[in-house]
Design a protein around this ligand. Sequence first.
Ligand SMILES: [Zn+2]
Length: 182
Amino acid sequence: MAVSKDDLRDLFAGTLAWDKTKEIISGPKDDDRFEAVLELLQEQVRWPERILLPLREHLYIVESGGSRIVKCDCGHEFGDWRRNWKMSAAIIARDDIASMEEIYPGLRRPDPNLCEIREFICPGCGVLLDVESVPVGYPVVFDALPDIDVFYDDWLGRPLEDHQDCEDRTAEIISKWAKPLL
Ligand SMILES: [Zn+2]
């Protein structure tokens, strides 16, 4: 079904009436829906880099000087999309009773011996980007590493100018934190 740009804008803003929202969600998608969404998102951000893929609310994978990076809608850049952006975010780790009580008071509070709650915040604008609740010491979860070239080549049928290997490079960040052994 064809969806108007105004309806798409309201859908993203969360202000579209439910009956219309349900109709869009349930209906077959028009072939150019992805392009229409990209065009809308590109109009809404205040920077010029081309959006290749929306990653999650506030975050996009964009083309920037031959690199593909994760960028917040405020303009803050998290670096190469193959490196988990969470490792470059400001992080609040709630791993004790006092900090957990701030959001889960009383009986609702999880046991800090079993789990920790991590809040990932954009260093540029302070928006809360993601929250994960994981067992104590669990590695930071890499939610999505989309293969952009497969998507553009095989799904959209319009390849990008260059191809870049899709591989997890998060360890590059961690290795910079490690002290030299010498
Ligand atoms: Zn931001």
